[in-house]
Design a protein around this ligand. Sequence first.
Ligand SMILES: [Zn+2]
Length: 88
Amino acid sequence: MVALQDLIRSGQLLELGCYACKRHAYIDASCFDVPSQTPSFKVCDAIACPACGVRNAEPGFPLWSRPDARPPTLALGRFAYPSTAGSQ
Ligand SMILES: [Zn+2]
């Protein structure tokens, strides 16, 4: 299990996605106001979508999160939410 503090320690980003507004982004793991021992896949349950404000209390659990799974060379670029990947 990868916790938020593991991402912060290694400099890895957290990928956050939202099915409600169809956005997803890679965000610095230290930006979240949740306990650092929170599992990375549980972060989405503790926050609201930064773009549309939806929460996982809504039906269908629209938010998801996971550790940045891109190869390290691609992960060098940091994108600010709510830009959508692949829209350029
Ligand atoms: Zn959203």
